[in-house]
Design a protein around this ligand. Structure first.
Ligand SMILES: [Zn+2]
Length: 184
């Protein structure tokens, strides 16, 4: 009798598995907005609150370009921290951005670009994992930033699934920087 009841239970379980969950419960990949909201990203400058950010994303730049990034104006030397968890993928210098760092998130959906750095964080190296709030460097004016206007140039880019992974479309990060910048 007891074994029959057990057999019944196993049969019920078996049929539930075979049937699978209703279509509405099948997990689907997060949309871009859902994903970015779920990251609970940090303003990438220590001590700066989301409400203090200026939306400079659509600002015009020379040569008909659009800024497509956020500038955070703060004192030279202020710590720049990682907005999200990820891996330092590139540390390089270029004429516009000056000292720059590229961090790719672990899902390889986005690239975080930090530019005009005064100094790099000591020991920072390509391939290093960083967590939200880890030190990247300090705010400065390297590259084409005016000497009297130190700021972090921060850009969020879609990860391009190619060898040129840093060339994806930019996304305005402003709505997703929901935490105050705080160095770990
Ligand atoms: Zn900028």
């Amino acid at each position: 009798m007891r074994s029959l009841a057990l057999l019944g239970a196993v049969l019920v379980l078996g049929s539930a598995c075979a049937g699978g969950p209703p279509a509405s419960e099948i997990p689907r990949p997060m949309t871009e907005r859902e994903y970015l909201r779920s990251r609970k990203m940090m303003v990438p400058v220590h001590g700066v609150r989301p409400s203090q950010l200026q939306d400079t994303y659509n600002a015009r730049r020379s040569g008909g370009r659009t800024h497509n990034a956020l500038d955070v104006m703060v004192r030279r030397g202020t710590p720049v921290v990682s907005a999200d968890d990820g891996v330092v993928r590139r540390i390089s210098t270029n004429p516009l951005g000056g000292r720059t760092v590229y961090v790719v998130d672990h899902a390889q959906r986005f690239v975080h670009y930090y530019a005009h750095l005064d100094e790099y964080a000591r020991g920072l190296r390509e391939g290093q994992a960083v967590r939200r709030g880890d030190l990247i460097g300090t705010v400065g004016t390297t590259g084409n930033a005016p000497r009297n206007a130190p700021h972090l140039h921060y850009q969020l880019l879609r990860y391009a699934d190619s060898r040129m992974w840093w060339t994806g479309e930019p996304v305005n990060p402003l709505p997703y920087l929901t935490r105050r910048g705080k160095r770990r």
